[in-house]
Design a protein around this ligand. Structure first.
Ligand code: GLV
Ligand code: GLV
Length: 327
């Protein structure tokens, strides 16, 4: 059988190479930018499989255009860019890349946490601009970490890994989760599962790791920001829309919270007005999984999911297992 695969962005070669052993046609978007929706519609026609990025909107209309499509392999752990219900209705398998990016994303959350609390980016700007005129007793004072309270919203794989790293700073850990109790965090760190409200009120650092869904959209808005301590920091390496970004701009501007570290944005890649002008926020361009090792593993994982489906086998990382019944 001749299989045809389209990959919406250039990704590490490792996965592309193994796909080429199974599929006659493997094509990669030649542009160094996401395809437009219309380009995507054109490119997916006649494909058996596609590797998609979190920036590609894979909706019912697009899937309807491709009679052959067997699998959408998302090159991300989050898959809110895909209409999974529509995929399931058409018998299309959807897969993601969980696990391999857990550590790199947890590291990124800490990188942001450190950057904002120790004012690394502000300091870098001053130093580069030649404005560092010598050590000063009151220059860029930040906050300490040891013994403080870390609040994890969404204690899944990444939230757990983020929290485990707090051992080095002997932090108290609070968490919320949509699923069952996190026994790892409770046993290893003495973490406590609490209501969102308690977490917001008591935490010195809050890190968001919940997937984006109708339930979690704007989970942190005006009311929630008002519950946070004025000395607290908010970190987001999950999905931008979990925070009401306009409300966050106001809270940061009015010093209602101490600061924020963001890797993701509500209307990515756009920022809400005013955000980029604030000093008490560190802004990263969605780099959570951006390490050579992780991206290589993600490319292999996406390819393995596709190869399994094309061989009528169970893919290792299916998010809509209902469709596999038909295999
Ligand atoms: C990145 O944001 C991902 O979901 O993998
Ligand atoms: C993602 O891997 C998560 O469960 O947090």
């Amino acid at each position: 059988m001749t299989f045809s695969v389209f990959i919406t962005r250039k990704i590490p070669e490792e996965g592309i190479d193994i796909l080429k052993n199974t599929c006659q046609k493997v094509e990669v978007n030649p542009h160094d930018r996401p395809p437009t929706y219309d380009e995507l519609l054109k490119e997916v026609k006649g494909r058996d499989a596609i590797i998609t990025m979190l920036s590609d909107r894979i909706d019912a209309r697009l899937m309807q255009e491709v009679a052959n499509l067997k699998i959408v392999a998302n090159y991300a752990v989050g898959y809110d860019n895909i209409d999974v219900k529509a995929a399931t209705a058409r018998g299309i398998v959807v897969t993601n890349t969980p696990g391999v990016l857990t550590d790199s994303t947890a590291d990124m959350a800490w990188a942001l946490l450190f950057s904002v609390t120790r004012r690394i980016v502000e300091g870098d700007k001053i130093t580069r601009a030649g404005k560092f005129t010598g050590w000063a007793p009151m220059m860029l004072l930040g906050g300490d970490l040891v013994g403080k309270t870390l609040g994890i919203i969404g204690a899944g794989r990444i939230g757990t890994a983020m929290a485990m790293r707090s051992r080095g700073w002997c932090m108290k850990v609070l968490y919320t989760t949509q699923s069952r109790r996190n026994t790892v965090l409770e046993e290893m760190l003495g973490a406590k599962r609490v209501d969102l409200e308690v977490l917001l009120k008591e935490s010195d650092f809050i890190s968001l790791h919940t997937p984006l869904s109708e339930k979690t959209k704007h989970l942190v808005g005006v009311r929630e920001l008002a519950l946070m301590k004025r000395t607290a920091y908010l970190i987001n390496t999950g999905r931008g829309a979990v925070i009401d970004e306009a409300a966050l701009v106001n809270a940061l501007r009015n010093k209602q919270i101490a600061g924020a570290g963001l890797d993701v944005y509500e209307d990515e890649p756009k920022l809400k007005p005013g955000l980029a002008g604030l000093d008490n926020v560190v802004l990263a361009p969605h780099l959570g999984s951006a390490t050579v090792e992780t991206r290589t593993k993600m490319s292999l994982m996406a390819a393995e999911n596709i190869i399994a489906v094309l061989n009528k086998q169970k893919p290792p990382n299916c998010v809509n297992p209902e469709v596999l019944i038909r295999f």
